[in-house]
Design a binder for this molecule. Structure first.
Ligand code: SAH
Length: 257
């Protein structure tokens, strides 16, 4: 990497962090959906160990902590998110049960068989759905659960514009039935799948971004990278509103065989 491209890369990284750190969630979801996904998991006790991989600032982790027993470790690559995560845990008096650490999901610092439950909302795409399922499986106890939300197609075909957008953004985007097949192939019983309601994208994800974008653009007036970042976010949101009957987020809950 040249010095110039390195500095541009790092600058973008800081901007992306700053933008997302200002939002309560870094991906589509809602407290209701977290609780619904949790309702399919029946092995938890006070002694359980839970990992929340790609936890961001911990919006969903704190909901999980309030509705599930056991201790939760949040894992994220961005130290800025983990700092906010641990502040959130402290504010909610959850510090004895909830702790965030900086690590990468492709190199997790845990022994095999550590967890009763692996949670991951809107983040497994960073490693790829099938690879994440396969590689994280060893960290689960026998009979342990995985619950991951993932962008998925709702129909076998769709208009070219949205098909091309997602093929470029995430080549592993696939139909719900193919995602379930990946779960079976990688060693899980598919316990449940459900589509996240639209308000997970609107009320909980895109709506709060409107004001955040205005503020961000004002702060970074004339900064081309910042303007491009916001233009991309707005384009993605517009596509969602136009094509939302063809795709969305789906929760996949599996049990290790
Ligand atoms: N679960 C949160 C955040 C989803 S956004 C929510 O639903 O709001 C995806 C998260 O994955 C971001 O916080 C990002 O920093 C994190 N991430 C990206 N690559 C990662 C990696 N290699 N290892 C761990 N976390 C990663």
């Amino acid at each position: 990497m040249t010095e110039e491209s390195k500095s541009i890369h790092e600058f973008d990284y800081e901007l992306i962090c700053e933008y997302y750190a200002g939002l309560q969630r870094q991906g589509p979801g809602s407290p209701e959906v977290t609780v619904r996904a949790l309702s399919f998991i029946d092995n938890l006790t006070g002694g359980s160990r839970i990992a929340d991989i790609g936890c961001g600032t911990g919006g969903q982790t704190m909901v999980l902590a309030e509705h599930a027993p056991g201790r939760i470790t949040g894992i994220d690559l961005f130290p800025e998110f983990i700092d906010l995560f641990n502040e959130n845990a402290g504010r909610l008096n959850l510090r004895d049960r909830v702790k965030g650490i900086v690590a990468s999901m492709d190199d997790l610092p845990f022994p095999p068989g550590e967890f009763d439950l692996i949670w991951s909302e809107g983040a497994i795409y960073n490693i790829g759905f099938a690879r994440g399922l396969r590689e994280w499986r060893k960290f689960l106890k026998p009979g342990g659960y995985i619950a991951a939300s993932e962008a998925s197609w709702f129909t076998p075909t769709r208009p070219a514009e949205i098909d091309e957008f997602w093929k470029d953004a995430y080549p592993e985007m696939d139909t719900v039935s193919n995602k379930v097949a990946r779960m079976e192939e990688t060693g899980y019983i598919p316990v449940a799948t459900f589509i996240l309601p639209e308000n997970c994208w609107t009320e909980h994800f895109y709506d709060p971004q409107v004001a955040a974008q205005e503020k961000f653009l004002k702060k970074h007036t004339g900064n081309q990278a910042a303007e491009e970042l916001i233009a991309n976010q707005r384009h993605e949101a517009e596509l969602y509103y136009r094509y939302k009957e063809y795709y969305g987020y789906v929760f996949y809950i599996g049990k290790k065989i």
